[in-house]
Write a protein that binds this ligand. Structure first.
Ligand SMILES: O=C(c1ccccc1)c1ccc(O)c(O)c1[N+](=O)[O-]
Ligand SMILES: [Mg+2]
Length: 218
């Protein structure tokens, strides 16, 4: 019977990665996606930029929008201090199911609070509930990697819900490819944001790409 790409990624992790070793899980996915089939994980080149931002911010609270198979979830979680609260939102239940298993294989399942959002527009449903559901006041770091057309609306929603503070860092994948032009326009023209982009490439390709890094200044 047909085996989905996400299932093939999970099988590659279970076959080639060592249980409890996050780096071997990352390596197994990157090897599969560069040698066998492209998939929309942030990948190793942008992943190293993500790692450096996570290490620099050393966040106590993290929100990831768009879990997919859990590749960036594992990268981020493996760098967090034990007291950190990390929420990752995934709209697609099939992706969430694979991500749970990938995160478990890495041995990080108790460090990540996954809330799979099972309905359309899920991040916009969940963002207003985060404070009360998870006891989180503001996020030190937000990684945006979900539907590109939701980057702007969800950023505005996080602002309105008081989830961002002076110093919060937003890191957005794919602002060039596939692109989030309205989001880029908004943050570049807003006095509230100091922005910086890291030159990189679309995962597993040579296509020009940028990770968009934003500090929030009030
Ligand atoms: O939108 C796509 C996409 C579009 C078309 C075909 C496959 C993927 C995509 C491409 C690279 C990404 O890093 C990424 O996060 C996404 N995404 O869906 O969130
Ligand atoms: Mg992406």
């Amino acid at each position: 019977s047909f085996v989905s790409l996400r299932q093939r990624i999970l099988s590659a992790v279970q076959k080639n990665a060592t249980r409890g070793d996050p780096r071997s899980v990352i390596r197994a996915i990157d090897q599969f996606c560069s040698q066998k089939e492209w998939a929309m994980n942030v990948g190793n080149e942008k992943g190293c930029i993500l790692d450096s931002v996570v290490s620099e911010v050393n966040p106590a609270t993290v929100l990831e929008l768009g879990t997919y198979c859990g590749y960036s979830t594992v990268r981020i979680a493996s760098l967090l201090p034990p007291y950190a609260k990390f929420i990752t939102l995934e709209f697609n239940p099939d992706f969430a199911a694979v991500a749970r298993q990938v995160i478990a294989w890495a041995g990080l399942e108790d460090k990540v609070k996954i809330k799979p959002c099972l309905v359309e527009g899920a991040s916009s449903d969940w963002i207003p509930k985060i404070k009360e559901q998870f006891g989180i006041k503001t996020f030190d770091l937000v990684f945006l990697d979900h539907w590109k057309e939701h980057y702007l609306s969800d950023t505005k929603l996080m602002e309105e819900c008081g989830l961002l503070r002076k110093g919060s860092v937003l890191l957005a994948d794919n602002v060039i490819c596939p692109g989030a032009p309205d989001y880029v326009e908004y943050v570049r023209s807003s006095p509230r944001y100091k922005s910086h982009y890291f030159r990189s490439h679309l995962e597993y390709t040579k296509a020009e790409e940028n990770l968009w890094y934003l500090g929030i200044i009030e």
